[in-house]
Ligand binder design. Structure first.
Ligand code: UD1
Length: 427
């Protein structure tokens, strides 16, 4: 297993390009299943999750290909999807929960989907009850057996319907948007997720010929259409990657231009950073972040968009460890999403968890040691913590990082970070 080794203490300075958003790419890859021809995606980040999704689509009968020398352009052709293979197997779903997002397109376009239940994962139970209730509202029949969920559309196809989500869910919203796009008649989805990645999916679907309105608000209305077409689309930039770099620049007292940062989707993160004293300036090319001499404490509560994103909770906690005073970080989206805390404490942080709240007392001096990545964003927090630790920090199980950050170490190095990847290290 690879590991990343960081020699702390360098100030980050320069420009870094923010790449396409993982969480926009994954559902859009699934949406390509809905087309009557191939779709071409641009700005697709080179991540293991994106590759896993391509393998899953290939297992369904799609072909996926990139032009020579352009790995971030991916053409997905669903024309080979075969009746018999409408299944997302356990091996895929267990490594990537977003696999369940093939369910909506498969059942809408091909009449059936069989998807392994995701089961528990490192950051909590993460059920899919809302996805299933929503598909039932569109007329699908759902049965659970042998750890798989079977979703079957009526013979005449799904029918538009009104559905109110009990809980705001990003993946659930995306599954239903895709299913309703090919259903007969009108659907009104209430209490939907408002994340920018939901909006990017709506843009993609509408380009294909769908009639989706209201994405970005809490009500989405969809008029079903008979067919959708293959199209071209550029994935929007990743607000979480941008936020991660923002924290890295801020804690090292750096001066970094986040080129292409989706500033309009980052208000909650920028507001908290500014509250802590970080200088954030919108420039023509992106967002400039200048770290102050002294950071102040912050209170952060994760919420569905436009609230503070849970995917930035671990990283903002590292910033809080460097603030003079006591910060409070409350996680309301996922249970059990504080697994980075013991590892940050091993580096020298003073963080106490009580239920879904973490009290962070700063400012802590970090000293490098070996730490273990436990999930994607936790691992990002450990890498950026290593940037300010005295001496050498070794982050193990780095495959978590590769799920969501393309070539992280190679992209941080030009900013001055002393960071290396070692291949094949044990642990
Ligand atoms: C997506 C993101 C993930 C992010 C999360 C929350 C992708 C590929 N992943 O995950 O990075 O952390 O949004 O912003 O876009 N829930 C239910 N029942 C359901 C569905 C969800 O109870 O049917 C719960 C979950 O357990 C969780 C909360 O709702 O506690 C939010 O989950 P959801 O928004 O669905 O997250 P994902 O779409 O899986």
């Amino acid at each position: 297993m690879d590991k990343i080794v960081i020699e702390g203490g360098a100030r980050l300075e320069g420009d870094i390009e923010v790449l396409g958003a993982k969480n926009a790419a994954l559902p859009i890859q699934c949406a390509a299943l809905l087309g009557d021809g191939a779709s071409t995606l641009h700005h697709v980040p080179q991540l293991t999750d994106v590759h896993t999704m391509n393998r899953l689509l290939e297992g369904l009968g799609c072909t996926t290909a990139s032009p020579e020398g352009q790995p971030r352009t991916v053409r997905i052709d669903p024309r080979g999807v075969a009746e018999g293979a409408l299944e997302a197997p356990y091996e895929r779903v267990k490594t990537m929960r977003a696999s369940v997002t093939v369910m909506g397109p498969l059942v809408a376009r091909y009449g059936r989907a069989r998807v392994s239940l995701p089961g528990g994962c490192a950051i909590g139970a993460r059920p899919i009850d809302q996805h299933l209730k929503g598909l039932e509202a569109l007329g699908a029949e759902v049965t659970l057996e042998h750890g798989y969920v079977d979703v079957v559309a009526p013979r005449e196809g799904l029918r538009g319907s009104d559905f109110v989500f009990d809980k705001v869910t990003v993946g659930g919203t995306q599954n239903l948007m895709m299913a309703a796009s090919l259903a007969r008649g009108h659907s009104r989805l209430e209490n939907v997720a408002r994340e920018p990645e939901v909006q990017d999916l709506a843009v993609f679907l509408n380009k294909m010929g769908a009639k989706v309105r209201g994405a970005g608000t809490s009500v989405i209305e969809i008029d079903g259409v008979d067919t959708l077409h293959g199209i071209e689309h550029a994935i929007l930039p990743d607000r979480i990657e941008a936020g991660t770099f923002l924290v890295a620049a801020a804690i090292t007292g750096g001066d970094v231009l986040l080129k292409n940062a989706p500033v309009d989707h980052m208000h909650a993160v920028i507001a908290k950073a500014q509250e802590a004293g970080v200088e954030c300036t919108v420039e023509r090319e992106g967002l400039r972040v200048v770290g102050p001499d002294r950071l102040g404490p912050i209170d952060v509560t994760t919420r569905p968009h436009p609230g503070f994103p849970t995917d930035m909770q671990a990283q903002i906690m590292v910033l809080a460890t460097q603030a003079d005073g006591q910060s409070l970080i409350t996680e309301t989206i996922f249970e059990n999403r504080f697994m980075h805390v013991p590892e940050l404490n091993r580096l020298g942080a003073d963080i106490v968890v009580n239920g879904n709240a973490a009290v962070v007392r700063g400012k802590s001096a970090f000293s490098g040691t070996t730490v273990m990545a436990t999930d994607l964003r936790a691992s990002a927090s450990l890498v950026i913590a290593g940037l300010i630790a005295e001496g050498r920090t070794e982050v193990r199980r780095i495959y978590h990082v590769d799920r969501g950050y393309e070539a992280l170490e190679a992209r941080l190095r030009p900013l001055g970070a002393r960071i290396e990847r070692y291949h094949g290290a044990r642990g």
